[in-house]
Design a protein around this ligand. Structure first.
Ligand code: S3P
Length: 437
């Protein structure tokens, strides 16, 4: 229940970095060694997809050895590739498959089959791949026939690392310079890994590189890749996942007397937006960078229980906090005053409609959360009461509702969480971690 906890947490390997490391190791000719890959079902989907393409994997405690003939040696898969629940698997893999001959059919579970795929189908087609799918390629199953690619200058309408990464991975097989622009900066793990592996990528940091209007609007610099290029095999120990640590961070901040130290965690600023928003609400936290791994800063985050005040979230805050917003809605329930979250449209096309699922779950617990446009209005502080709530099959919603129950329930009340098992998508050990329950 609301016992204070003093703890240390070493989160599991970062999911985003794990997908990219596995795919690049799979695209590299030779033997790569990956340690501390994310343990959940999503990265398992990426690994299984690579096996279906002729990449050999050996899994031994904490280590995955990848032996690949290289992207050009991948075989045409004999069957449909099931990407499970994983948007990163289907979108990034589509990018790699766009540049090699043969047919591949990519599908996933009911949630993945509802998520928008036109955001990658369109640019990959513009590069020369044949991409079809339900409703003209808007939804999986996607049927992809890859081949020789031309380079592309693409302006993505959404700030999405999955879209940007899919195009950059396709760009490895294009003859010439591929350029990706996005309206706001999304996580840059693909860029960092490419640079660390010596691939010919550049990020134009000079404001003169975009149009004057873009620079004035604070648009991020374009990312450029000079294709074709092949990644070399490599060894990498994946840093801890700040998103998997975030439930525990929020729990520590909301539980009086608690302190938490998160160790070995990825400190990429484009992944710390949730922590920064928590800090903006009054949370006491400290970040210490200790090392660089695979081009990424890694270190520790210390947090203490803190009194929180209300928060205003706008569209520009979203990309760096995109996976942390359900938990920030929980934090807002404990904060003094009215919080408003706006510009969360991208949360509606995640593993579930997270705007709706969180508003429903928290409201069922008697918490003052309302859906308002593409966001929420939360009037805190409030205590929760007994309820039966649903994760909507979404790991981040399941974790956020569990943290709401652990931190906001009035004494003697209990919450029943349907679909709690969906935590296994990113953290199968979620309910066994420090202070759970
Ligand atoms: C991810 C990017 C984000 C995030 C997802 C993982 C990635 O999605 O929500 O959990 O690894 O690239 P978008 O890029 O679609 O915003």
């Amino acid at each position: 229940m609301r016992q204070p906890f003093q703890g240390r947490l070493r989160p599991p390997g970062d999911k985003s970095v794990s997908h990219r490391a596995a795919l690049l190791a799979g695209a590299a000719r030779g033997r790569s060694r990956l340690r501390n890959l994310a343990p959940g079902a999503d990265v398992a989907s990426t690994l299984r997809a690579l096996e279906a393409l002729g990449v050999r994997l050996e899994r031994r405690d904490g280590l995955v050895e990848v032996e690949s003939p290289g992207l050009d040696g991948w075989r045409e898969p004999e069957d449909v590739i099931d990407c499970g629940n994983s948007g990163t698997t289907i979108r990034l893999l589509a990018g790699l498959l766009a540049g090699r001959p043969g047919l591949a059919i990519l599908t996933g579970d009911a949630s993945l089959r509802r998520r928008p795929m036109d955001r990658v189908a369109e640019p990959l087609r513009a590069m020369g791949a044949r991409v079809d799918g339900r409703e003209g390629g808007r939804f999986a199953p996607l049927a992809l026939r890859g081949g020789p690619l031309r380079p592309l200058a693409w302006r993505s309408p959404v700030a999405s690392a999955q879209v940007k990464s899919s195009i950059l991975l396709a760009g490895l097989r294009a003859q010439g310079e591929t350029v990706v622009r996005e309206p706001a900066r999304s996580r840059d793990h693909t860029e960092r890994l490419f640079l660390w592996l010596g691939l010919p990528l550049a990020v134009d940091e000079t404001p003169a590189s975009g149009t004057a209007g873009e620079a004035a609007a604070g648009a991020p610099p374009p990312v450029r890749l000079a294709g074709p290029a092949s990644p070399p095999p490599f060894e990498l120990e994946v840093p801890g996942d700040p998103s998997s640590a975030f439930p525990w961070a929020v729990r520590a901040v909301l539980t009086p007397g608690s302190e938490l130290e998160i160790e070995g965690v990825l400190l990429n600023p484009l992944r710390l937006g949730g922590y920064r928003l928590l800090e903006r609400m009054g949370a006491r936290l400290e970040l210490v960078e200790e090392a660089r791994v695979g081009g990424e800063p890694v270190g520790r985050i210390r947090l203490r229980a803190s009194a929180l005040h209300a928060l205003e979230v706008r569209g520009e805050d979203v990309p760096a906090a995109v996976d942390e917003l359900p938990l920030l809605a929980v934090a807002a329930c404990a904060a003094e005053g009215e919080s408003r979250f706006q510009g969360l449209g991208e949360l509606r096309v995640k593993e579930s409609d997270r705007v709706r699922a969180m508003a429903r779950g928290l409201a069922a617990m008697g918490l003052p959360v309302e859906e308002e446009g593409d966001g929420w209005r939360v009037r805190g502080p409030a205590r929760a009461r007994s309820a039966r709530v649903s994760s909507a099959g979404d790991h981040r919603v399941a974790m956020a509702l569990a943290v709401a129950a652990w931190t906001l329930l009035a004494p003697g009340e209990a919450v029943e969480l349907e679909g709690a098992e969906s935590v296994a998508i990113s953290d199968p050990d979620f309910f066994r971690r420090v202070g759970a329950g």
